[in-house]
Design a protein around this ligand. Structure first.
Ligand code: AFP
Length: 329
C-alpha cells in the first residue's frame, strides 16, 4: 500500500542526489541491497517463534560469542543482496573471521553487524542491522587492510531497527534520514528527513551490572545521573535493553546518552569499532550529537584490526559534554 504522496527510498535518492554525493548511483545500489536483505530479515524475525529460527546454532563466532540461528540467516541475506550490487567489492561481517570478496571491481567496502543484539531474539526484544561504507583507495582484489581506516572516512553509515515497526536510518554525510518499512510491499517510505537529535536529554543507558568495574569518572557520572532535584524527584531515567540499535535509536529521538565503556569483562570495550561504533557515531554526529571512545572523538580512531573493539560513548551534546567533564576529573 503506497499513497502517492509518500516518498519511497529509491525516489528519495533519485530526487535528492545532493544528499547522496559523491556517488548517488552507488548509494542507491547499496541502499537497495540493504532494503532487500533487511526486508527478508524482518519477515523471518516477525514470525521467529513459528519459523524454527530461535536459539543458538551451538558454535561461537570470531568474538567468542554464541552464534544465533538468525545471526547466520541475516548474514546470508546481506551477503546475497550485496553480491548483486556491483559497487561493493567486499564485506566485513561480525559473523565471518575474514572479509568476503564480492565484486573485485567495485569501489566500496561494506562492514556490518548483520544482526546486533541477537541474544534478545528469543525473548522478543528489538534487534538491528548496522552497516558502514568506505570508498576504496585502490582497485583489484580487496584486502582486509583496506578496512583499517578512520571512521570519519565513512561515506555512508546506517542501521535497520526491527522494532514495533522496522525503520532504516542512514546518512551519506549530508544529514540523517529515516524510512519505515511497509511490510505489504517490502519498501521503505520516508518518515523523517534531516533528523536531528535533541541537544539535551535525560536518559542514560549503561549496563550497570558492570558498575564496580568501571573507572571512577564513569561511576561519578552515573552518580550525577541518579541525583535528585531540590524537590526530591529524579533528574534522569535509566534505560538499557542490551540491544545497541534499539538503545541508540531511542536516545537519538528522545535525547540521552549511551555508554559502553571498558569493563572487567571487556577491557577493550564490548562493541566493535568498524561495524558498531563507527556507523552509529557517524549517525550521531550527523544528527547533531556526539560520539567518543572516552575523551577522544570516536571517528578519529584508526582501526588496527578488522574485529577490534572500542569503548563507546554517544548521545546528546549537553549530556556528552557533562559526561566528558566527569571523565576529566
Ligand atoms: P549480542 O549481539 O551478542 O546480543 O550483543 C549485543 C551487543 O553487542 C550490543 O547490542 C549491546 O549494547 C551489548 O552487546 C550488550 O552487552 P552486555 O549484555 O554484555 O552488556
Amino acid at each position: 500500500m503506497n499513497n502517492s504522496h509518500e516518498t519511497l527510498l529509491g525516489q528519495f535518492i533519485e530526487t535528492r542526489k545532493e544528499l547522496h554525493t559523491p556517488d548517488p548511483q552507488a548509494a542507491s545500489d547499496i541502499l537497495k541491497a540493504v532494503e532487500k536483505a533487511s526486508t527478508k530479515v524482518y519477515e523471518v524475525i516477525s514470525r521467529a517463534g513459528l519459523a524454527n529460527v530461535l536459539g543458538a546454532v551451538g558454535s561461537e563466532n570470531v568474538q567468542g560469542e554464541q552464534v544465533q540461528k538468525l545471526d547466520l540467516f541475516a548474514n546470508d541475506q546481506f551477503i546475497d543482496a550485496l553480491t548483486s550490487c556491483a559497487s561493493v567489492a567486499a564485506i566485513l561481517s561480525e559473523e565471518n573471521e575474514e572479509i568476503i570478496t564480492l565484486n573485485p571491481s567495485g569501489d566500496y567496502l561494506f562492514a556490518t553487524d548483520p544482526l546486533d543484539g541477537s541474544s534478545n531474539i528469543d525473548v522478543n526484544i528489538s534487534v538491528g542491522t548496522i552497516f558502514s561504507v568506505f570508498k576504496r583507495k585502490k582497485k583489484g582484489t580487496p584486502e582486509k587492510e583496506e578496512f583499517l581506516r578512520e571512521g570519519h572516512e565513512q561515506v555512508m553509515a546506517g542501521y535497520v531497527l526491527y522494532g514495533t515497526s522496522t525503520v532504516l536510518i542512514y546518512t551519506c554525510g549530508h544529514g540523517v534520514h529515516a524510512f519505515t518499512l511497509e511490510p505489504s510491499t517490502g519498501e521503505f517510505t520516508l518518515t523523517n528527513e534531516a533528523l536531528k537529535t535533541p541537544v539535551d536529554g535525560n536518559i542514560f543507558s549503561i549496563n550497570e551490572g558492570n558498575y564496580h568495574t568501571l573507572e571512577k569518572g564513569i561511576q561519578n557520572y552515573i552518580g550525577f545521573c541518579k541525583k535528585l532535584n531540590e524537590k526530591g524527584k529524579r533528574t534522569h531515567t535509566a534505560r538499557f535493553m542490551g540491544s545497541l540499535v534499539a538503545d541508540f535509536h531511542r536516545n537519538l529521538l528522545k535525547g540521552g546518552i549511551f555508554i559502553y565503556p571498558a569493563t572487567a569483562d571487556a577491557p577493550e570495550g564490548r562493541l566493535r569499532l568498524l561495524y558498531e561504533c563507527n556507523p552509529i557515531a557517524m549517525i550521531a554526529e550527523q544528527a547533531g550529537g556526539m560520539a567518543t571512545q572516552g575523551k577522544e572523538r570516536l571517528l578519529n580512531r584508526k582501526a588496527k584490526e578488522i574485529h577490534e573493539r572500542s569503548p563507546f560513548f554517544t548521545g546528546s551534546k549537553v549530556m556528552m559534554e557533562t559526561a566528558l567533564r566527569y571523565l576529566d576529573e
